[in-house]
Design a protein around this ligand. Structure first.
Ligand code: NAD
Length: 261
């Protein structure tokens, strides 16, 4: 059977961990070459090694996706070394301003939230996706072969979430960004879709997974359990593949039903 992404070049930001890593590997299983971009180079190299073991090309690249010059340089390198960008999955993200650093999570009401922490989350989760999508869209338009843009938003884009309001706002922004891009890029045969995962077992949700009993939280999830990174990777695969060609401007929710109401 033909592979679903044979010889496609995919850029995955946040590819060092969690959803981005699972997507890199799932795409490689279906024939894609993967440009693994992340702020953590050593971990991105590990993902790239897994992609190579599957017989595909992989490049690990260090980037801060909230930095305009770094994002443009990332896409330039990908075009130069892999020959183009067919698919982008923008998965790099943070759950609060100090995510990935030692110390306390910035979980507090918006009325108490510092402006610096608000801006930090917006700069990575929204500006970073805009910059990544913009650079990829330019490269795709120039190449004239169409393309697929897939942005990892969150179920939080729909659900007002006390304590992490800036995260929910950033993800709602990603959803609208995706819809505007879908409209603007349709004439170029470039689709843009978002994915809004629910609770997925990655380092981002480590604290929830480690609770002795996750049942009260999971009661918000009709399927009563967390999802796996590959559940999101398979959603991205569908949107990137031929089967997903008529989707644009959508948000798909691998979330165990949390957003159904
Ligand atoms: P994760 O921490 O495992 O992966 C996030 C990756 O993004 C990390 O490798 C990190 O180094 C990278 N990253 C963060 N900021 C970056 C920056 N400025 N530049 C480059 N790389 C950066 O977490 P995950 O759960 O795999 O998250 C992936 C995406 O999925 C995020 O956008 C997150 O908001 C979203 N999401 C996750 C869940 C969940 O339950 N895990 C639910 C909904 C949405």
């Amino acid at each position: 059977m033909a592979l679903r992404l044979e010889n496609k070049n995919a850029l995955i930001t946040g590819g060092a961990s969690g959803i981005g890593r699972a997507t890199s590997i799932r795409f490689a299983e279906e024939g894609a070459n993967v440009f693994v971009a992340d702020r953590h180079l050593a971990a991105a190299e590990e993902t790239a090694a897994s992609v190579r073991q599957l017989g595909r090309k992989a490049i690990a690249h260090q980037v801060d996706t909230s930095d305009e010059a770094q994002v443009n340089a990332m896409v330039d390198r990908m075009v130069k070394e892999l020959g183009g960008v067919d698919i982008v999955v923008a998965a790099a993200g943070i759950s609060h301003a100090h995510y990935g650093e030692e110390g306390k999570a910035d979980i507090m009401l918006l009325s108490e939230k510092s402006f610096a922490n608000w801006k930090k989350v917006l700069s990575v989760n929204l500006d970073g996706v805009f910059l990544t999508d913009r650079a990829c869209a330019k490269a795709m338009i120039k190449a004239g072969k169409g393309g697929r843009i897939i942005n990892i938003a969150s179920a939080a884009a729909r659900l007002p979430t006390p304590g992490v309001g800036e995260y929910a706002v950033s993800k709602a922004g990603v959803w609208m960004l995706t819809k505007v891009l879908a409209t603007e890029l349709a004439p170029y045969n470039i689709t843009a879709n978002a994915i809004g995962p629910g609770f997925i077992k990655t380092p981002m949700t480590a604290e929830i997974q480690n609770l002795p009993d996750v049942t009260p939280l999971m009661q918000r999830v009709p399927m009563n359990r967390m999802g796996e990174p590959v559940d999101v990777a398979n959603t991205a695969l569908f949107l990137a593949s031929e089967e997903g060609r008529y989707y644009t401007g959508s948000i798909l929710h691998p979330d165990g039903g949390i957003t159904m109401q």
